[in-house]
Ligand binder design. Sequence first.
Ligand SMILES: NC(=O)c1ccc[n+]([C@@H]2O[C@H](COP(=O)([O-])OP(=O)(O)OC[C@H]3O[C@@H](n4cnc5c(N)ncnc54)[C@H](O)[C@@H]3O)[C@@H](O)[C@H]2O)c1
Ligand SMILES: [Zn+2]
Length: 373
Amino acid sequence: MRIQRIQVKSSSENYSVLCGSGVLRVAAQEIHRLGKFSSVQIVSSPKVWRAVEKSIPRNFAKIGPAKIHLFDDAESKKNLQTVESLTRALTRAGADRHALLIAAGGGVVGDVAGFVAAGYLRGIALAHIPTTLVAQVDSAIGGKTGVNLPEGKNLFGAFYPPRLVLADSQVLRTLPPRELRSGLAEVIKYGVIADAKLFAYLESNMERILQRDPAALARIIPRCAELKAQVVSRDERESGQREILNFGHTFGHALESITNYRVFRHGEAVAWGMMAAALLGHEAGITSASDAARIISLTRRIGPLPPWPSSTPQKLIVAMRADKKSRSGKLRFVLSPAIGKAQSYDAISLDDVEHVLHYGPQLLSNETSSSKK
Ligand SMILES: NC(=O)c1ccc[n+]([C@@H]2O[C@H](COP(=O)([O-])OP(=O)(O)OC[C@H]3O[C@@H](n4cnc5c(N)ncnc54)[C@H](O)[C@@H]3O)[C@@H](O)[C@H]2O)c1
Ligand SMILES: [Zn+2]
């Protein structure tokens, strides 16, 4: 078994992300290395737990058996009520300040359980066992936790870095295909913004990856985790550097928000968003035609996406301005001057954006969309 250990620098304590097929077999050992804990509290969802239960250690020498807390990880349950009920369950389970909370699941479990760990008794130790591709390459790394409010997504939360992340590609075997494809959009994003070689690898191996070929997953997951780790180690609180991770996200968030988060998986909206960002980069004279074409054709290969919503460019622009990541309503776009590089721009002309929103969806829709789930 080949395990890759990636270090993440954090304002509190540095931590390791361990990637590899079968890495959960060393979970207990790695947890013991972190120090002494009074109890282990595992937070997961019924769906995830059914799928991965056998891979996750439940008995910890000296600490005893873990207590399991399950909650429905539908996006609609990523809210403060769930935080309250999990917190109360921890209290009833007797968790004290020296407890370790393990979040085992996708981004929803990680964000909610991470936030619970941040608040419970003013903070208890947290470890992530990410079980989706999105969580392994993105959400489990970087310390962002939180929940949605009726007024918007991820509006209430905290930076709370974990002490350990264990990303085992074996748990992805049971992941629904749509979730895998959605995660692949974020994988392509890393290639575009930071690693031309990874991008070329994806171009040559997309079919193998879609079939979850272990060697292909072993090539891409640790590399993406490493890239995320590098960016957040330099810019934990998203003052500058971390912004490049938002490639495709200005358009993507707008698509998610005008459809009330009911149509797209996040990665699907990002896939559309990356193709639109490639066109916008070209329109603005930043991205070459051949790079834009490569980004679009690779993104298309992850498979069918829900169709681009029938909406006016103006409506999308309003949604982009309302994005919490835009600064005082000013539109910011991460664009790629060359594959493997990205930069944030705040002076892109509105005409260019409107233009892309006018012709982009039609141009890109050919073969990209499908109403299939
Ligand atoms: N904190 C961050 O930095 C960050 C980054 C990106 C996304 N997010 C958040 O992550 C969430 C999305 O997370 P996600 O894409 O991982 O999806 P998810 O957590 O919604 O999980 C997707 C589905 O897959 C199921 N599932 C998970 N692992 C499984 C497995 N191994 N086998 C079978 N089924 C499995 C889940 O039960 C769920 O139904 C959003 O709420 C988003 O805001 C956070
Ligand atoms: Zn994303």
